[in-house]
Design a binder for this molecule. Structure first.
Ligand SMILES: CCC/C=C/C(=O)SCCNC(=O)CCNC(=O)[C@H](O)C(C)(C)COP(=O)([O-])OP(=O)([O-])OC[C@H]1O[C@@H](n2cnc3c(N)ncnc32)[C@H](O)[C@@H]1OP(=O)([O-])[O-]
Ligand SMILES: NC(=O)C1=CN([C@@H]2O[C@H](COP(=O)(O)OP(=O)(O)OC[C@H]3O[C@@H](n4cnc5c(N)ncnc54)[C@H](OP(=O)(O)O)[C@@H]3O)[C@@H](O)[C@H]2O)C=CC1
Length: 277
């Protein structure tokens, strides 16, 4: 028997039914939880990321577990958000397949831990291109190809960089950039009926794929002593916030960043200050 799909039941399906969403990085971790929730609510979803085998496998699994009666509600394609042509193709292919785009969730992203002094320009650029420029290209392209004329909602996933982000300087700078980009786009595009918000998960949302990326299955557990709620967060706790922001319940919320971190960003950071040389 297929494993039960974890989705929250707090949303009315009538609010989402027939809507079309793009979720970048929608085949793993937080992105997969968002995709499953949106499919469960009756949306049609396009998921896209770099690794075609992995996203295809994830799409096949979700078609059989989440929408076995409507497998065509989920489409997938390869897209590296760092590549402008890939993103243009993602938007036009989604429009061709589903006829409209109501929601975009910029979830695809990531980084590698390193002291700032050891980050090469190539590594810095890879992280900035992915998390800041990639998010910008997706936003600009969906606006130009669709939302300028038809409205829509964008949610950008960022990170807990509010107090600086030691060992993650590149992604901290990129995510702070997206926080500000969110505000600017919210103002520029409000007259067209486009809302733009961000969600900032705490650094303790357990995702198998994210842990594998860092080569440390306990990477999120190491955070627990500075996490006020004293437990790991789940991808579903992020996806329910994303769905709220996409929904008409958030119709007057734009240019905002919602922290999903159980107050962790108000408390201490894990980073230990080294002894001066
Ligand atoms: C726990 C905290 C909270 C956060 C949680 C999460 O975000 S969970 C989400 C977790 N999920 C993810 O983060 C998933 C997405 N993340 C990624 O795919 C990568 O982290 C990426 C964004 C750097 C893209 O990488 P790519 O290979 O496609 O990029 P590329 O080939 O174009 O250039 C690569 C250049 O970057 C450098 N460099 C790369 N790795 C390392 C390293 N370990 N060490 C040192 N340096 C590294 C290196 O300079 C390399 O060039 P080289 O020396 O090889 O010529
Ligand atoms: N888990 C956590 O505690 C936190 C996570 N976040 C952020 O949440 C988001 C999801 O992370 P999470 O689910 O935990 O980790 P994952 O590693 O599972 O997710 C990252 C996803 O992004 C996709 N991706 C990465 N680079 C690109 C790219 N250039 N173009 C398109 N897709 C890309 C990956 O797919 P592929 O490899 O196929 O491209 C993958 O599906 C990320 O932005 C992450 O940084 C932020 C704070 C904390």
């Amino acid at each position: 028997m297929a494993a039960a799909v974890k989705v929250s039941s707090v949303f009315r399906k009538s609010l989402f039914k027939g809507k079309v969403a793009i979720v970048t990085g929608g085949g793993t971790g937080i992105g997969k939880a968002i995709t499953q929730e949106l499919l469960h609510l009756g949306c049609k979803v396009m998921i896209a990321s770099r690794n075609i085998e992995r996203i295809q496998k994830a799409a096949e699994e979700m078609r059989s577990t989440v929408v076995p009666n409507k497998p065509t509600n989920l489409a997938h394609m390869q897209c590296n958000i760092r590549k402008e042509d890939n993103v243009k193709d993602l938007i036009s292919s989604t429009l061709k397949q589903f006829g409209k785009i109501d929601y975009v969730v910029n979830n695809g992203g990531g980084q590698f831990p390193s002291p700032a002094s050891n980050i090469s320009v190539k590594g810095w650029n890879a992280v900035i291109d992915t998390n800041l420029t990639g998010t910008f290209i997706v936003c600009r392209e969906v606006y130009n190809q669709w939302m300028e004329q038809n409205g829509g909602v964008i949610v950008n996933i960022i990170a807990d960089m509010w107090k600086g982000f030691p060992t993650m300087s590149h992604t901290g700078a990129a995510r702070a950039g997206v926080d500000n980009l969110t505000k600017t786009l919210a103002i520029e595009w409000a007259p067209d009926g486009v809302r733009v918000n961000s969600v900032a998960p705490g650094s303790f949302i357990y995702s198998e794929t994210a842990a594998a990326n860092y080569g440390d299955s306990k990477i999120f557990h190491h955070m627990l002593d500075v996490v006020p709620v004293k437990r790991l967060g789940t991808p579903e706790e992020v996806s329910s916030c994303v769905c709220y922001l996409l929904s008409p319940a958030a119709s007057l919320i734009s240019g905002e960043t919602v922290k999903v971190d159980g107050a962790a960003s108000l408390h201490n950071t894990k980073y230990e200050i080294r002894v001066s040389k």
